[in-house]
Design a binder for this molecule. Sequence first.
Ligand code: CTP
Length: 411
Amino acid sequence: MRGKSVLLIIGGGIAAYKSLELIRQLKTRGCGVRAILTQAGTEFVTPLSVASLSGEKVFSDLFSLTDEAEMGHIQLSRSADLVVVAPATADLMAKLANGLANDLASTALLATDKPVLMAPAMNVRMWNHAATQRNLATLKKDGVLFVGPNDGEMACGEYGPGRMAEPAEIAAAIETYFASGGRTLEVRAPDGALNGLRALVTAGPTQEPIDPVRFIANRSSGKQGYAIADALARAGAETTLVSGPVEIAPPAGVRLLKVTTAREMLAACESALPADIAVMTAAVADWRPEVALNSKIKKEAGAAAPSIRMAENPDILATLARHATRPGLLIGFAAETDDVIAHAQAKLKKKGCDWIVANDVSPATGIMGGDKNTVHIVTAGGVEDWPEMPKSEVGTRLAARIADAVRGKAA
Ligand code: CTP
C-alpha cells in the first residue's frame, strides 16, 4: 500500500467513528488518506479528529471558495487511487445509484474516474428495503465494489445485516485490492482448489482434569482454528476438525471430532490420517496432572494446600511430523509473547513442520479470545508479515496460500 492513496468519504452514520480507526490502519500501512466529511458526518465525528488522524485538510463544503482555489472538487475526486465510502449510508448509495450530485461527497463520487469501494452501514430494515437493494444492484452493475455489511447487533438495538465491516476488514480489502492490481478485494482459494485433498485442523484449548470437577486449561477461544477449517472446507478439502472444549458452531461441511485432553486430541488426529494438509492451531496443554483423581479433593480443616504433580503431554505437532503417515504439508502455530519471529523460527526446526504461523498473544494485543489477528508466516524460505485482519480473513488467506503451495506454486 506504500505510495497509494485513498479518498475517504465519511457519511453520516453511527459507524462514522469506526472510520477514524480505518484512517489509522491505512496510514500505518503507508497509504495516504484524504477525507471528505459529509454534513451529516460532522454530527458523528469532528473535522478536527479526521484531520489529525489523516494529517490532511478535511473537505466538506462544495461551495467553499478556499477549497476550490486550493483544489477543485473535480481534481479532489481524482487525486487518489481509490475512493472509499465508509460508512456508506442509504442516502449516499441512493445518490450515486441515481446520479445525484448536490453536495461535495456526491459530486466527487460522480466526478471521479477512479474505482469506488463502499462499506455500507444502516439499520437492517433500511438495508433490506427494496429501494436500497435496487440501488445496490445498480451500483454493482456500474462497477462499484462492496465490503460488508456484516450481520450483527445494531446501535439501534435490532439484529441483522447492516453493520459496517470492521476497519481491519476494510483495510485488508483495500490492501488486497492494491496488491492484486485492482483485480480483487478478497484473497481466497479458487473454488475447488483443494478438491480431492484431505485436511486436518486442531483448534481450541485442551482441559486436563485434576479431579471430577477441576481442570487445567488456557484462554484459547478456538476461533482461529474454526475459521481455518471453514476456509479449507470451502476450498474443497475434505476437512476434519479436532476441537477442544469451545462454544462455537461447527463450520458447514466439516467433520468435527470433539475431545477434552491432549492425549484424546492426539488419538483423534492419528485417526484422521492420512492427510494432505494439517494445521495445528490448538493451544495444547504442555502438562497434565500426573493423576486425575476419581473423587473431588476436599478442603480439610488445618490441612496443607494440595500440590499437583505434573506429567508432560505428548506433542501432537512433533508426533505428526515424525509419523509414518506424515501430513504432506504440516503447519504449526506459535503463540508467543516476545521475540515472536525468533521463537517461531526455532519452533519450525524443533517441531519438524513445514510452516509456522506465528502470532503475538501478549494481553495488550487482545488476540486471545478476540476476533482479529496479526500473523507472520514463517517458512524455511523466509517470513511473510500479514497485516492485522479478522480471524476469518486469516483463515481464507491461509487456505489460499495452502492451495498455492500444494498446487506447486509456492514453497
Ligand atoms: N502443540 C502440540 N502439542 C503440544 C503443544 C503444542 O501439537 N503438546 C502445537 C500447537 O498446536 C502449535 C505448536 O505446537 O501448533 C506450538 O505451540 P506452542 O504452545 O506455541 O509451543 P510449545 O511447543 O508449547 O512451546 P512453548 O510453550 O515453550 O512456547
